[in-house]
Design a protein around this ligand. Structure first.
Ligand SMILES: O=C1O[C@H](COP(=O)(O)O)[C@@H](O)[C@H](O)[C@H]1O
Length: 229
């Protein structure tokens, strides 16, 4: 595993920005456009702010989320709201943002609109940045999720799927594992001693559905891990 350790969150953010920006620049160079998928939650705010200031050809970049809680952007739980407030600013305001939420009561009812929106993405992703919960979930691959097996299916052809789980709060929508693993670059961004211990536990033997981050860590294309205390 390529584990990159930093003294503090600022240094980590600078390195993670460079990792993602290189992926974007390479893809723009070869194909003229790039899509990236970023995670929500509490961890990525500093990284988003640093990335928003980076000098890139942002007009050729489409940004989406790895996963979303099925809530409107007025909710403080919205990953899209977090991303708009912290990334889609400054230089990065020139990028296009594709949300994973549509104005419908359930993900199933909104899925056609989400599928239509993501069909525009220049896939595969130039870069994906994953987070990890203290329960070993990544994206919205939660232990006990009702569609977890479908999300993790290496042969699965769905691009995004709805999922519900006891620890997930709201219903979710998530890119599936094959879509994540097809990315040019995959980063796992974690901070703090607790998440480091979870990472160590996930690297040990065990069931993928118990700690779904294993689906990424144990894949043929494991992530580059960015960690600081
Ligand atoms: O719910 C979510 O949690 C994970 C981890 O978030 P953190 O707050 O522990 O950093 C995140 O990666 C995911 O995108 C988000 O929907």
């Amino acid at each position: 595993m390529d584990l990159r350790t930093f003294d503090n969150a600022d240094d980590l953010a600078v390195a993670l920005v460079a990792f993602v920006a290189e992926g974007i620049a390479e893809r723009i160079e070869t194909l003229g456009a790039a899509a990236i998928a970023l995670s929500g939650g509490r961890t990525p705010t500093r990284f988003f702010r640093a990335l928003s200031a980076y000098d890139l050809d942002w007009e050729r970049v489409t940004v989406t989320l790895v996963d979303e809680r099925w809530v409107p952007e007025t909710s403080e739980r919205s990953n899209a709201a977090l991303l708009r407030a912290n990334l889609m600013q400054g230089r990065a305001a020139a990028a296009r943002f594709v949300p994973l939420y549509a104005d419908a009561p359930t993900p199933e009812e909104g899925m056609a609109a989400v599928d239509l929106a993501i069909a525009e993405l220049p896939m595969p992703f130039a870069a994906v940045v994953l987070g990890m919960g203290d329960d070993g979930h990544t994206a919205s691959f939660f232990p006990g999720g009702d569609r977890l097996a479908d999300c993790l299916d290496p042969e699965g052809t769905d691009v995004v799927l709805p999922i519900r789980a006891p620890a997930a709060g709201e219903p979710r929508v998530t890119f599936t594992l094959p879509q994540i693993l097809a990315s040019d670059r995959i980063a796992l961004h974690i901070e703090g001693a607790v998440k480091r211990a979870v990472l160590d536990a996930a690297m040990a033997e065990g069931d993928i559905e118990e700690m779904p981050i294993r689906g990424v860590l144990w894949s043929a294309t494991p992530p580059t891990v960015f960690w600081c205390p």
